[in-house]
Design a protein. Structure first.
Length: 71
């Protein structure tokens, strides 16, 4: 599924904001607690997966030596 770049980059923040809105807008019940927990978990998991993927890409690019063109 393709998402615009601005939406893709803001998804963890949107999940966290929606979790906060669920926490404050809905009355206290088991369903609202589950929704808040699921959205907060989705925000943290998305942020963590992106952080790991981006750091792996950076490590891979720094590990490469000079190319033949650079010599």
């Amino acid at each position: 599924m393709w998402l615009p770049h601005w939406l893709y980059e803001s998804l963890p923040f949107l999940y966290a904001i929606t979790a906060a809105l669920c926490l404050f807008a809905l009355e206290s019940s088991f369903g609202s607690a589950m929704s808040t927990t699921a959205l907060a978990a989705a925000a943290l998991m998305t942020w963590n997966m992106r952080r790991k993927a981006r750091s792996a890409v950076l490590r891979r690019t720094h590990r490469r030596g000079p190319t033949r063109q650079d010599r």
